[in-house]
Ligand binder design. Sequence first.
Ligand code: ADP
Ligand code: MG
Ligand code: MG
Length: 211
Amino acid sequence: PADIDADLLRRWLDTATSVIEREAARLTELDSPIGDADHGSNMRRGFLAARTAIGQEPPDTPGGVLVAVGRQLISTVGGASGPLYGTLLRRTGKALGDAPAVTAAQLRDGLKAGVEGLCQLGGAVPEDKTMVDALVPALDAFTAALDAGDGTAVALTAAARAAEEGAVATTPLRARKGRASYLGDRSIGHQDPGATSAALLLTALADTARE
Ligand code: ADP
Ligand code: MG
Ligand code: MG
């Protein structure tokens, strides 16, 4: 069924913004040893701006919500993560077109296009110790769950779990992209902040879909 509509994505944005606010200190802490200690504040600023913009002018399609959030992240986040998440969300939103509601399979196809856009922009591949290490396993788990016949909420829950596992699995990796890559081997032993925030965003989506 086409059970993913603008209302669901607006509720996701509310939940995601609250989660980012709650976890901002931890995200910034993760960005301290292998970055410049701003990932939490970057994400917080971006999501607060997105929530305000969408509250003032609520888009009436799921694609419209994602494009609008992406645009806000690009214009307010500042760090590397802004254009990367912005591209992910804008590409995903554009792929959904102007449909009033989409199926989980359509969302999966949209996310696939979004992740491809992000990878193209940042040049990262899996195991470079970036947000890609949460997003690609999440996409794979989402696809596997849908292929197995799972519904939207169950499939998104599997995706969120895979993202969380992917984020944890960045710890032993050596960073090959972004600021953390400047540290070489000294980036080993720290969980990537962007992979961690990606898992938070997907967990918020799964939680919203289960409500
Ligand atoms: P900045 O590094 O500019 O301060 P943030 O701290 O907001 O930006 O975001 C850092 C996160 O962005 C990293 O943890 C990583 O997940 C992600 N990142 C950085 N560069 C890239 C890249 N080229 N491709 C994919 N993700 C990246
Ligand atoms: Mg940073
Ligand atoms: Mg920075």
